[in-house]
Ligand binder design. Structure first.
Ligand code: COA
Ligand code: AMP
Length: 651
């Protein structure tokens, strides 16, 4: 696709649809709801009785798992492939039909039910990229239980925090995940998390995988009988299970909680409903991702992230498509041609990945020689999300594949793109560096700090006028007030995205980065607050600051600066290196390997305002070599001057 100045506001199919979605949301979304099978069809779309907490399809009833599974069987498509499980780390490929998946889900739903898990109960899922993830998630949906998937790269403490917030009746896990260089044992982390958590979990169901050191018995023994949890083997439990039928739930009932990083160390439990979610995702498959029944979508993310929830699991199954479940990496399993091999072998129509993965591939295979080895003629579009798609990478991959490259911008909270090129509806001309146009249902505005709209082309806070469309978060788990305080209070009548950006005169949306302390490392959203908490828990640390610096591969990387407690002696260079290693290990063992926390330095003091706020933004600008502003409220300029060489060199 070439660059063009043709305006989005020109009379296009997109413009008509977009306008209608905002002028007549009731009609627009009721019409979209026809794509879903309801046990009681909704007569209304939006319920604003409890505004600013909105609900969609208040009188509709349905079941998400039935829409993903049974419905396709009833239509005679049971033999169609639902999941292609392609494990690059094991070298295996398994095709699972809709009929087979339905059977597995119904049986596992029976296991959960036999363990006393019912509608509204929570189930924490801590699984690698194997079909059990789909089975467990859909089994919860089938019986009206609320799942909360925790990404396997998070360590025990992060898992424990989520257990205490969600208060699950059960945890579903496995022996572990396979990374290119090592096996990641899950059971020690689960045992530690269960012991750390105050909440007592009823059942822990473990899928055994070959080649892992810790057995279910080891993990059970490590925890002892103090927690009262019952540990069960997945296969044994399933063998004796009575399949469970889907239960009818209200469209407004919660389907899942997905924790995401906020500005503090305490994660936010984003709540998604059944009905609005199903309607919105089905709409996006046709109109954005351009994948329909029998066609194949390959989303190279992880089920632990929102992209995985929406586009590895729910959306493709809702529309009767085939989803690729890829257990592997973009590079190293075995090489930078892995995505192209998968796309060619499985006839992938749309491929969805993160810009960092594309940069990793480019680094290993700059000429794209490995792509040329595969027949990618089925591939129609490449989608990228998770972080800003830099124009350089966008140009490189577009030239290499010769297909449109669609940047799509969204967040855990929204569940589907706020801005994208709606290629399924109508491909709009591309502007490099822009995620194109607001998606139907999203009234996007750029506001200044005082909440006033800014002129076209001016950067400001990206805000969404309420109500948000269906499929977006309904609240934060158990804490409506935190939802209101975190998102709805900055600008009256708007949801604050936490991102900054601009809209140009043609209506194109440009997203530049976060306005808060959330950072994005290799497409993984992390809170600097959580990293600081991990550093601060080290006995030698008096105070610390973590900032996100620009990184050519991972978009951002975390850098930590710590001030030691007075009296802590560091014994020469060797002692300093040992301390720094200790600090890195503290982050790895509390937050997880995924933080990829390597850069840390000991400093004399941290620059602060007179009210004690650490000048993280100024530090970041200095470290990134950007022009920086020093607030007039700085307490002591000499602290910043002394820090400057450390910020420049990283040590
Ligand atoms: N379970 C356990 N550990 C995990 C993990 C998981 N699911 N995912 C990552 N990790 C670990 C890795 O093993 C690594 O550990 P190490 O320090 O022992 O090597 C650490 O976390 C960092 O991993 P990663 O972020 O994968 O970095 P990398 O340098 O190994 O690979 C990329 C770089 C770009 C290839 C990789 O980050 C990537 O594939 N990114 C795409 C992310 C993505 O798709 N995000 C979804 C957003 S839509
Ligand atoms: P997550 O909730 O983990 O999906 O992270 C959401 C955040 O990632 C957003 O608020 C953005 O800061 C960033 N992000 C995701 N996709 C994009 C994109 N296409 N362009 C720019 N930033 C993005």
């Amino acid at each position: 696709m070439s660059e063009s100045n043709e305006p989005v506001s020109a009379p296009t199919a997109y413009a008509d649809v977009y306008r209608r979605s905002l002028d007549d949301p009731e009609g627009f979304w009721l019409e979209a709801a026809a794509a879903i099978e309801w046990t009681v069809p909704p007569t209304r779309a939006l319920d604003d009785a409890a505004a600013p907490l909105y609900r969609w399809f208040p009188d509709g009833r349905m079941n998400t798992a039935a829409n993903c599974l049974d419905r396709h069987l009833a239509a005679g498509h049971g033999e169609r492939t639902a999941i292609i499980y392609d494990s690059a780390v094991l070298g295996t490929v398994e095709h699972i039909s809709y009929a087979e998946l339905t059977d597995r889900v119904a049986r596992f739903a029976g296991v959960l039910r036999a363990r006393g898990v019912g509608a509204g109960d929570r189930v924490v899922i801590y699984l690698p990229m194997t079909p059990e993830a789909h089975v467990a998630m859909l089994a919860c949906a089938r019986i009206g239980a609320v799942h909360s998937v925790v990404f396997g790269g998070f360590a025990a403490r992060e898992l424990a925090v989520r257990i205490d917030d969600a208060r699950p009746a059960a945890i579903v896990t496995s022996s572990g995940g396979i990374e290119p260089s090592r096996r990641v044992e899950y059971l020690p982390a689960v045992a530690e998390a269960v012991a750390l958590a105050e909440h007592a979990v009823g059942s822990i169901i473990v899928k055994h995988r070959e080649g892992f050191a810790t057995s279910l018995e080891d993990a059970r023994a490590a925890v002892g009988s103090s927690t009262g949890s019952r540990w069960l083997d997945w296969d044994e439990a399933v063998a004796g299970a009575e399949p469970a039928a889907p239960v009818d739930v209200a469209a407004t009932d919660p389907l899942y909680i997905l924790y995401t990083s906020g500005t503090t160390g305490t994660p936010k439990g984003v709540v998604r409903d059944h009905g609005g979610h199903a309607v919105a995702l089905a709409w996006t498959m046709a109109n954005i991702y351009d994948v329909g029944p029998g066609q194949t979508l390959f989303t190279a993310s992880d089920v632990g992230w929102v992209v995985g929830h929406s586009y590895i699991v729910y959306a493709p199954l809702l529309v009767g498509a085939t989803t690729v479940l890829y257990e592997g990496k973009p590079v190293g399993t075995p090489d930078a041609g892995a995505f192209w091999r998968v796309a060619a072998q499985h006839g992938v129509r749309s491929l969805f990945t993160a810009p960092t993965a594309l940069r990793a591939i480019r680094k290993m295979d700059p000429e794209g020689a490995l792509a040329a080895e595969h027949d990618l003629s089925e591939l129609r579009t490449l989608f990228a999300a998770g972080e800003r798609l830099d124009p350089e990478t966008q140009g490189w991959i577009g030239d290499l594949l010769g297909v449109p490259v669609v940047d799509n911008w969204w967040q855990t909270e929204t569940g589907w793109p706020i801005g994208a090129n709606p290629v399924g509806l109508e491909p709009l001309p591309v502007k490099t560096g822009s995620c194109t146009a607001p998606s139907p249902g999203y009234a996007v505005q750029i506001l200044d700090g005082a909440g006033q709209p800014v002129p076209a082309g001016t950067e400001g806070n990206i805000a969404l006028r309420l109500p948000l469309p269906p499929g977006t978060l309904t609240t934060l788990w158990g804490d409506d007030q935190r939802y209101i305080d975190s998102y709805l209070s900055a600008f009256e009548g708007f949801y604050a995205t936490g991102d900054s950006g601009s809209i140009d005169e043609d209506g194109y949306l440009f997203v530049m980065g976060r306005t808060d302390d959330v950072i994005n490392v290799a497409g993984h959203r992390l809170s600097t607050g959580a990293l600081e908490q991990a550093l601060a828990s080290h006995p030698a640390v008096a105070e610390c600051a973590v900032i996100g610096l620009a990184d050519p591969l991972k978009g951002q990387r975390a850098a930590g600066y710590v001030v030691l407690k007075s009296g802590v002696a560091v014994d020469g260079e060797a002692g300093l290196q040992a301390l720094l290693d200790d600090l890195r290990a503290a982050v790895r063992s509390t937050v997880g390997a995924v933080a990829d926390f390597k850069q840390v330095a000991v400093v004399e003091a941290l620059p602060k305002t007179r009210s004690g706020k650490i000048l993280r933004k100024t530090m970041r600008q200095m470290a990134d070599g950007e022009e920086h502003t020093v607030p007039s409220t700085i307490e002591d300029r000499s602290v910043l001057e002394a820090l400057a060489p450390v910020l420049r060199t990283g040590r």
